[in-house]
Design a protein around this ligand. Structure first.
Ligand SMILES: Nc1ncnc2c1ncn2[C@@H]1O[C@H](COP(=O)(O)OP(=O)(O)OP(=O)(O)O)[C@@H](O)[C@H]1O
Length: 301
């Protein structure tokens, strides 16, 4: 494990915001740390980076005990929390050069990093004029300059447009697949994390609700199919009789549990053949809120 915590607990005054957290982040994973606003993600990350002092529990990173190997551990972690520390009046390249000098990293790393985050062309432009997505990528380049083994990112796609999100996602996948890094990324958006993470930890009110491989999460959280049709109550009866799990019946649409694309095609044909015209049919993933309900239900069974 790259990160392993046991009983990690943190209180702000009388409020416990991280409760006996046991994180397990495997080497070479993209670990999505999910939770709604205020769940305790930033606090956990700050504890892992020693920006907050651990009150209770143990942290091991790279197999080393955090208390006794703090400097050694932190020298191998690149991080981006909230806004990246960028000088707006300097170019992207100058920002990296500055940091490279500070860290005594060879200059050649600067161009490698610009290339890695796809900012080679924009490297000569003032960072203050970068888009939010470009700033975040420059922030990741700065964090990767010293070639750390682990990258920790706190909500790096907040406020980005879909293209910006895709660019960050592709960059993180490259870092893990080609550069053999481990990425720990927090987010409050399930859909965003699902597309890149290999592992997930889901917290709410400081407590871990689920931790495991993404495929295990998907088996808890079956996607659904939305079908827009007429006469939905009768259509739902037909589907139930034919073994489709109907989840919701509204005036103008139905929601059915997703099984496979073949089953969705059969369902479409069945409705059409029986006089229920299908105006639209599409697969939907659950959001974090619905997933919480599923997880709580599964845990109670
Ligand atoms: N410095 C502080 N003093 C007191 N309470 C704090 C402090 N920082 C955070 N909190 C509280 O701790 C809880 C967890 O906050 P945290 O920032 O870790 O959550 P988060 O999951 O990162 O959420 P967000 O996505 O909104 O940043 C919240 O209830 C927050 O109000």
């Amino acid at each position: 494990m790259v990160i392993e915590t046991q009983g990690l607990t943190f209180n702000f005054g009388t409020q416990t915001v991280v409760k006996s957290l046991s994180l397990q982040v495997p080497e070479g994973s993209i670990y999505g740390f999910l939770g709604p606003n205020g769940a305790g993600k930033t606090t956990t990350i700050k504890l892992l980076l020693n920006l907050l002092k651990t009150q209770e529990g143990d942290i091991k990173i790279f197999g080393l005990d955090f208390k006794n190997h703090r400097t050694e551990i932190l020298s191998q972690i690149g991080s981006l929390i909230e806004q990246p520390a960028i000088y707006a009046h300097l170019t992207g390249r100058e920002n990296l050069m500055n940091r490279a000098m500070l860290l005594q990293v060879p200059e050649s790393r600067v161009d490698d990093m610009l290339k890695l985050v796809k900012l080679s062309q924009a490297g000569g432009k003032k960072a203050g004029n970068y888009s939010l997505g470009m700033k975040q990528r420059l922030g990741i380049a700065l964090a990767m300059l010293s070639d750390p083994k682990l990258l920790m990112l706190d909500e790096p796609t907040n406020g980005l447009d879909p293209n910006g999100i895709i660019e960050i996602r592709e960059l993180l996948i490259r870092l893990v697949n080609q550069h053999k890094k481990t990425v720990f990324i927090s987010s409050h958006l399930l859909a965003e994390i699902e597309r890149m993470a290999t592992h997930v930890g889901i917290i709410n009110f400081g407590e871990m609700l689920f931790q495991g491989e993404i495929k295990d999460l998907q088996s808890i959280s079956q996607p659904m199919v939305h079908i827009e049709t007429d006469n939905t109550v009768d259509a739902a009866n037909l589907l139930t009789k034919n073994g489709y799990p109907v989840i919701e019946v509204k005036d103008d649409y139905l929601t059915v549990g997703y099984k496979s694309k073949e089953k969705s095609a059969e369902l479409n044909a069945l409705l059409n053949q029986n006089g229920y015209p299908v105006y639209s049919i599409h697969k939907v993933q659950k959001d974090l809120e619905k997933l919480f309900l599923d997880i709580t239900k599964t845990a109670a069974q």
